[in-house]
Design a protein around this ligand. Sequence first.
Ligand code: MEV
Length: 433
Amino acid sequence: MKHIDGFSKLTKAEKIAWLCDTYFPEVENASALFERYQNADAELQKLHDEFIENTVSNYYLPFAVAPNFVINGRTYTVPMVIEESSVVAAASRAAKYWQTHGGFHTEVLDTQKTGHVHFFFHGEKADLTAFFARVQPLMLANAQPITANMEKRGGGITSLTLEDKTEALAHYYQLSATFETLDAMGANFINSCLESFADTFRDEAERDPLLQGKYEVVMSILSNYVPNCVVRAEVFCPVKDLKIAHLEGETAARKFVQALAIANADVYRATTHNKGIMNGIDAVILATGNDFRAIEAGAHAYAARTGRYKSLSDAWITGDTFHFALELPLALGTVGGLTNLHPLVKTALAILEKPNARELMQIVACVGLAQNFSAVSSLISLGIQKGHMKMHLNNIFNQLGASEDEKKVLTAYFKDKTVTHSEVKRELEKLRG
Ligand code: MEV
């Protein structure tokens, strides 16, 4: 029976037993599928169990580091959590390259976050505008208990306006607020403020004859589109010093700029190009306990901000200098949420020498740029498969249960050959006689 009521009320052992009975009735000792990954440290396991509901096991991803990131003159070793082979190697390769070519240069352009109370109003706009002008100070005052601590630290609500969205949707308006949340990602803070604005709005509108019965608050929620919480990372070097595999100087720079022009002109290429950037970004976001879904959503919306989905990065030549830059929104936190809870997140932040949110934005952007540099460099020179398949080969070995000695022999064999799963299998079987 696949239908079950009250699953969340079962103990963890009961949940595992139900899964085993329902989906693995033929498997002997099926509970081992889940139990193998439980941590022997009961306290640590309990911590992970309680991050979410219905936890039955852990799901491991590799935690790696990419060293040699020189950012504004300071060297960082960057923690990365990702399953895709070759991402960390690619980031490290680019970091090492730019270490000797002037390093990464970054700038935080702004750190404003946004949220809205979405509502409909069926009366005269002038009445709503007058109502908002009267009630706006009260909304801010009523949110004081929520904002007091943040204000003490220098953050808080930075604006609260009424927005007319009726051109997009009939009768649709917003209370639109911006926030400075300092080192916190700030989702709870922002949503609490917005819900407080909505409460004040409703209370006051109920007492106002010009609004009564003419409005409906639909929802209050932050936006993951943060075009004013943006960081920029750039590398540059004399064109003559640029070397990408066998391509050198002007040829390397020209091909690189062409690849970026294509990513700006074509949505199919732009999507894959940006995916490569996010390979690096998501890995650091995960390692540092931030919300990769929020970052992904915000980045792709930003890539489409002109009405056409484009590359998040750009490359150009001015005079004798090659430039390569990435600009994207990153609403990150280095306090609160998982950063205080997950032991490996704490370790990751310690490896980064406890950055504040602005520093983390800059580090993350550099990893995105490095990742993009490596991917585009491979694409315009030797092709992507050479590097990919070298890493992939190891995964195939592991899938096939190859021994260390067998791996050595087969790695040498495939050095100058195309790697496919079936070819590796065939060669391994041959080797084993
Ligand atoms: C693969 O994960 C990422 C790339 O496809 C990115 C790109 O094409 O730029 C290599």
